[in-house]
Design a protein around this ligand. Structure first.
Ligand SMILES: Nc1ncnc2c1ncn2[C@@H]1O[C@H](COP(=O)(O)OP(=O)(O)OP(=O)(O)O)[C@@H](O)[C@H]1O
Ligand SMILES: O=c1ccn([C@@H]2O[C@H](COP(=O)(O)O)[C@@H](O)[C@H]2O)c(=O)[nH]1
Length: 249
């Protein structure tokens, strides 16, 4: 039995936990239940521009079944969707500025609600203290922990200039602005979570594989074994049967 957790749009294999749970729910005439947004598990992934957040998120998704939500990617998709906020977002990104919290939080909340997963890596957010407060007020989610990629500016600059993905902000002028915004506005968010004892600082200067080895232990807890999934499944079926048993008159 597979222990993968699937994101929206993923193909679900016949016989997987997802299909079994779904058919149990269908047979009993109930829709599979979705956790309220505040019960979702969120890890914030922070670090300077080019520190390797996206690269590591892809590895965490593959190994630990999280959904990767890059706030920057959601904003870029909004530009391309032709939405009324598109021009404002595009101008902010070109200048390396932080988009108003309500806009980003709304996109993140929508993406989480649309997913059938309950574990999210939120990459590149919260970008400032106002982002953090707004996310807390809107979702009520307290992050499990913060993954903070520590990398010197000269290395980040080298990586960004070599990224070659055609991003409007990967030019030296905007990169310097993004570094300043990171120091002035984003580091205070890391400071806030340090006070709460929630920050795991990672040396991001090593190779991608070495960086991943150093973060793996933090996520072990989220990976369920096949037997844990089976126990959960049996419990879910038992609980449902108890609730569905008619009370004798
Ligand atoms: N550990 C690493 N060593 C060398 N290069 C890396 C490493 N991690 C990522 N890179 C490369 O550096 C560039 C930036 O990486 P990535 O996009 O993951 O950073 P990011 O923190 O998500 O950036 P941004 O905040 O700008 O979105 C990419 O070209 C990537 O391939
Ligand atoms: O929460 C966020 C995330 C991003 N932005 C803007 O997007 C760019 C690019 O972000 P990446 O994380 O590097 O993809 C960033 O410089 C901001 O302009 C944002 O406003 N809020």
């Amino acid at each position: 039995m597979s222990n993968e957790v699937h994101a929206v749009g993923d193909k679900v294999e016949p016989g997987s936990v997802d299909t079994v749970l779904e058919s149990v729910a269908m047979e009993n005439g109930v829709a599979a239940k979705r956790s309220p947004v505040k019960d979702l598990k969120v890890v914030f992934v922070l670090g300077g521009p080019g520190s390797g957040k996206g690269t590591q998120c892809a590895k965490i998704v593959d190994t630990f079944g999280f959904v990767h939500l890059s706030a920057g990617d959601l904003l870029r998709a909004e530009i391309n969707s032709g939405n009324e906020n598109g021009t404002m977002i595009q101008n902010m990104i070109k200048e390396g500025k932080i988009v108003p919290a309500e806009v980003t939080v709304k996109l993140l909340e929508k993406a989480m609600k649309e997913s059938d997963n309950d574990k999210f890596l939120i990459d590149g957010f919260p970008r400032n203290l106002d982002n953090r407060k707004c996310f807390d007020e809107v979702t009520g989610i307290e992050p499990q922990f913060i993954l903070f990629f520590d990398c010197p500016e000269d290395e980040m600059e080298r990586r960004l200039l070599g990224r070659n993905q055609g991003r409007v902000d990967d030019n030296i002028e905007t990169i310097r602005k993004r570094f300043k915004v990171f120091i002035d506005s984003s580091l205070p968010v890391v400071g806030h979570y340090e006070e709460c004892g929630k920050v795991h600082k990672i040396d991001a200067t090593k190779t991608p594989s070495e960086v991943f080895e150093s973060i793996k232990p933090l996520f072990k807890h989220f990976k369920q074994t096949d037997s844990e999934i089976q126990v959960e499944l049996v419990e879910a079926i038992k609980n449902h049967s108890i609730r569905s048993t008619p009370v004798a008159a």
